[in-house]
Design a protein around this ligand. Structure first.
Ligand SMILES: *Cc1c(COP(=O)(O)O)cnc(C)c1O
Length: 427
């Protein structure tokens, strides 16, 4: 495919930006080839620097649940912009945002805004440690919680795609405080608690995994996590940066009816601008400065433009309650892939819930990191490039989640089903 403008931008970028990108997965290393540059995006469509139109199933890695450049969000940003971009004082939008989040996410009584999902998880972990006076943290292999030191251990997402799940530059002493367990394995959790009595500050989990592809918790598993944390006095942290406001307005916790102690948010709550948040039980949140001894801060936290964008996005979700519609789109795509693969005799797993799904080329049901890795990543790369050639942009890695938006309704989803069916026939 000829993308002369993208290719020349990438050549310039590589001279100045490590790998030419500001976030590793964008470099296409896992599927091969060179990334395209995007100059505009509207609804379900990306417009590349070379004027190709692509149906986008990455949705800026989750945030764009209403599609790109939604008029209501754009108008909210424009209105806020009239009054200035940052004040360094409390502003009215922050209160409105906190009220929305507390109303919609069942377990959150108090919330603090920050600037990214990474900040949210990093701060929630510090808070869990400060609250319990303990150091050790349990996480699950393949769960990605941003790139802070305690959490970038057996992480998914770009860290997995690039084949070095443990990053250089993390002190061994930090890594030793993080216990990594398989997901969907209650016995492994019980054994870890038994082996570390009184030492576990918290358990952090993506309640439905989205960073080795999409993997749901098995029935009863999250309840088991809840009960074990309560029994051992550990803080249960749901990282709903990806699933918050996407799986439902109240996230996975509302669907599964489990209340974690702390919840991390990001992505959708920024409406396309950089935002994170963490919140939960009032007694834990009140340990934060200025009330308590756990320090956390941010020059641009609660930024008025970002709050305005996020509030507009969340209000749209409240008004439209699009989750049944999104689930129909997700199952349409899943069914198209399954029937094309069946016709060809190609083994495939397509876990899907609402607007999240993954395409794993394997005959083994995918329930954790180890089974996800059994999927054929080379075959996925061929599938990816066949779809891209025909105008459908999937996540550029076998281990990322496909996202849909309300803007995919109608012609975009129909065309995508057609393209994916054709791409599978070709494999
Ligand atoms: C994206 C993501 C993060 C990190 O958020 P950033 O805004 O990229 O720092 C953390 N946790 C989960 C589950 C995510 O999907």
């Amino acid at each position: 495919m000829l993308n002369p403008i993208s290719d020349s931008l990438f050549a310039r970028a590589k001279q100045l930006i490590p790998g030419g990108v500001n976030s590793p997965v964008r470099a296409f290393r896992s599927v091969g080839g060179a990334p395209f540059f995007v100059k505009a995006a509207h609804g379900a469509t990306l417009i590349t620097a070379d004027d190709r139109e692509l149906i986008d199933f990455v949705c800026t890695w989750g945030p764009a649940i209403h599609g790109h450049n939604h008029p209501r969000i754009r108008a909210a940003i424009a209105t806020a912009l009239e009054s200035g971009t940052s004040f360094g004082t409390p502003n009215p939008y922050e209160v409105e945002m906190a009220e929305l989040i507390v109303r919609l996410v069942p377990s959150i009584r108090k919330v603090r805004m920050c600037n990214s999902g990474t900040e949210a998880t990093m701060s929630a972990v510090r808070l869990a440690r400060g609250f319990t006076g303990r150091d050790k943290l349990i996480k699950f292999s393949g769960c990605y919680h941003g790139h802070s030191d305690s959490l970038l251990i057996k992480a998914g997402s770009g860290a997995l795609t690039h084949g070095h799940p443990d990053s250089a530059g993390i002190p061994a002493a930090f890594a030793q405080e993080t216990i990594v367990l398989p997901f969907n394995d209650p016995a492994a959790l019980d054994a870890a608690f038994a082996a570390n009595p009184g030492k576990i500050a918290g358990v952090i989990v993506e309640p439905y995994m989205g960073n080795v592809g999409f993997i749901r918790a098995e029935p009863g598993y999250l309840l088991h996590l809840r009960a074990a944390c309560t029994a051992h006095g550990a803080v249960l942290i749901f990282d709903e940066v990806m699933t918050g406001f996407r799986i439902s307005a109240g996230g996975v916790q509302a669907v599964e009816k489990i209340e974690p102690d702390l919840t991390c948010l990001g992505k959708i709550i920024g409406g396309g601008l950089p935002v994170g948040a963490f919140g939960g039980r009032a007694d834990i949140m009140d340990q934060l400065a200025p009330l308590g001894p756990v320090y956390q801060a941010g020059t641009l936290s609660g930024n008025p433009l970002a709050m305005a964008a996020g509030i507009a996005g969340l209000r749209l979700l409240e008004e439209q309650d699009p989750y049944a519609r999104l689930d129909r789109l997700g199952s349409q795509l899943r069914d198209a892939v399954l029937s094309a693969a069946r016709a060809k005799g190609l083994p495939v797993q397509v876990p899907q819930f609402g607007s999240m799904l993954s395409i794993f080329f394997t005959s083994t049901p995918v329930r954790d990191y180890a089974t996800a890795l059994q999927a054929d990543a080379k075959l996925f790369a061929r599938f990816f490039h066949a779809c891209l050639r025909d105008g459908v942009y999937l996540p550029p890695s076998a281990y990322e989640t496909v996202f849909l938006s309300t803007a995919h309704e109608g012609s975009a989803i129909a065309r995508a089903c057609e393209v994916m069916t054709g791409a599978i026939k070709e494999l």
